[in-house]
Design a protein around this ligand. Structure first.
Ligand SMILES: Nc1nc2c(ncn2[C@@H]2O[C@H](COP(=O)(O)OP(=O)(O)OP(=O)(O)O)[C@@H](O)[C@H]2O)c(=O)[nH]1
Ligand SMILES: [Mg+2]
Length: 473
């Protein structure tokens, strides 16, 4: 009961029409502690029908590319767009005339959504919804992003994070709605505002208590001698494409995965936010066993509270040996530079050392060599290791692997063993776990030179000592 009351308070100010099924599921699932999602099996967002986007700017032309892409990422087909170059109208954001025009168009196109680029106040949302046809839901930019995240969240932890992000978004709005008299209902436990604040507190505690399988998994894998590489960067830059190229065996899914993410095959699509949770695949880089993790793409103008809610995926970067920052070389140069700066500062915030970052200028197949060079220089001003490449065509892929390998922690050692079965068994283990630079047979002994993660080399040396000790007995 309480849940419904909460739900209503959260939706009164923001969602004039009811939330989607998956929105409901994500909310109720976390409130009751059940694992419930109404996703379809493919994990994709169901097509929801048509949408109209509207954007306001201070001068023409008003940019609509990203809001259109976001709307498509949410599962809508954009049928029309309206732009407005006028100061913000306090009542409707867009102005009465424009709203009337949009309403007529929404009627004709049977639009299921009106997406306004920017932030709407609760009053504006209510007013806009009242003027649109009944079936047209009204979203602002952040509500739309939250809806995408809610639908894509597969695991319990991600679902809780999404709900927390939604509530953080709702809280100031609920307060504003209450102040404006749009909301004066009290629930049995208090005011809607305090109910939501309580839920935020509860969720934060719950998230703190939940074990983070990703962390445990990483620690174990590190012990086992895997190097950890994380792919980061803006949405649509080509991270998942690169993961496909780096991974060992994408067609095979592990029957008993050590971690739920490990079965995942990262989806590649020319759509924003295709990857909303991390996916990890095995790869062999310079003969070293590596785990490569694909992460959620950054998006321009993502508010801080939203970034915070997805800190877990960013923390993948912090615990990696190497972070490959994938930059979209097909972006216009100004945008390329701006996004690179934001990406690097996000990594800085996560305490990723610049030395551990390899910047890839991706999609060079889309640019002339002069344009590629311009972008390479911009990247080289900011990071020591820069590779220009095409993930989809494989151009310079080897250079990227070399650049990553050069940054993996390593220790070089020469191991001398008495020749025999034991030595051969250790040698085959070494081939699996480190780079074997040379093997020399000198009759009674085998001299092996290896290069690999310090923890693995230490393990190999201990095994070699044990073999030598047994041979002496
Ligand atoms: N021309 C060209 N297109 C590429 C290249 N690499 C990736 N793409 C395309 O760019 C689009 C986005 O690629 P993804 O790999 O899904 O991008 P992503 O960074 O994983 O995106 P998110 O999961 O949304 O963060 C797809 O259409 C890819 O085919 C490239 O080197 N050249
Ligand atoms: Mg992806």
């Amino acid at each position: 009961m309480q849940r419904n009351a909460d739900r209503q308070t959260a939706s009164t100010s923001e969602e004039p029409t009811t939330g989607s099924q998956t929105d409901e599921a994500a909310t109720s699932g976390s409130a009751t502690g059940e694992e419930t999602t109404n996703r379809d099996d493919s994990g994709s967002i169901a097509k929801k029908g048509t949408a109209i986007v509207a954007a306001r700017g201070n001068q023409a032309p008003v940019e609509t590319t990203e809001i259109r892409q976001l709307t498509e990422a949410a599962g809508y087909r954009v049928v029309d767009e309206f732009t407005q170059v006028r100061p913000r109208d306090p009542g409707t954001n867009l102005g009465d005339g424009k709203v009337a025009e949009i309403a007529r168009r929404a009627e004709v196109t049977e639009a299921m959504a009106l997406v306004v680029d920017g932030e709407l106040t609760p009053t504006q949302t209510t007013t806009l919804a009242a003027r649109m046809p009944d079936e047209t839901r009204v979203f602002d930019r952040y509500r739309l992003i939250l809806a995408i995240f809610a639908e894509q969240a597969r695991h319990r932890r991600a679902q809780l994070q999404v709900e927390l992000a939604r509530l953080r978004y709702d809280l100031p709005r609920i307060k504003e709605a209450a102040d404006e008299g749009l909301l004066n209902r009290r629930t049995e436990r208090g005011t809607p505002y305090y109910d939501v604040r309580d839920r935020i507190d509860r969720l934060e505690r719950k998230l703190e208590e939940l074990p983070t399988p990703a962390e445990q998994f990483r620690e174990r894998r590190r012990q086992e001698g895997f190097d950890l590489v994380t792919l980061a960067g803006y949405t649509n830059a080509g991270k998942s494409t690169l993961l496909h190229r780096l991974a060992d065996d994408l067609s095979v899914t592990d029957a008993s995965p050590a971690h739920p993410d490990e079965t995942g095959v990262a989806e590649i699509e020319d759509r924003l936010f295709k990857t909303l949770e991390t996916t990890t695949r095995r790869a062999t880089l310079d003969e070293r066993p590596t785990l490569v993790t694909d992460t959620v793409g950054f998006v321009q103008d993502l508010p801080h509270w939203l970034v915070q809610s997805f800190s877990e995926t960013l923390s993948e970067a912090a615990s990696a040996d190497v972070v490959v920052l994938v930059a979209d070389g097909a972006d216009p140069v100004g945008e390329f530079e701006a996004k690179l700066d934001v990406s690097l500062s996000v990594l800085d915030e996560q305490d990723v050392a610049r030395d551990d970052v390899v910047v890839t200028v991706n999609k060079i197949d889309c640019q002339s060599s002069a344009d590629v060079e311009r972008r390479r220089r911009i990247a080289a001003e900011r990071a020591d290791s820069v590779v220009t490449m095409s993930a989809s065509e494989g151009t310079n892929f080897d250079r990227l692997v070399d650049a990553i390998a050069a940054r993996l922690p390593s220790r070089r050692e020469t191991i001398t063993l008495p020749n025999g079965d034991e030595a051969m068994s250790l040698l085959s283990w070494l081939y699996d776990h480190v780079t074997v630079d040379s093997v020399e047979y000198t009759g009674k002994t085998v001299v092996i030179t290896v290069d690999g993660r310090p923890s693995v080399i230490a393990k190999a040396l201990a095994r070699a000592e044990a073999i030598a000790a047994t041979a002496e007995e």
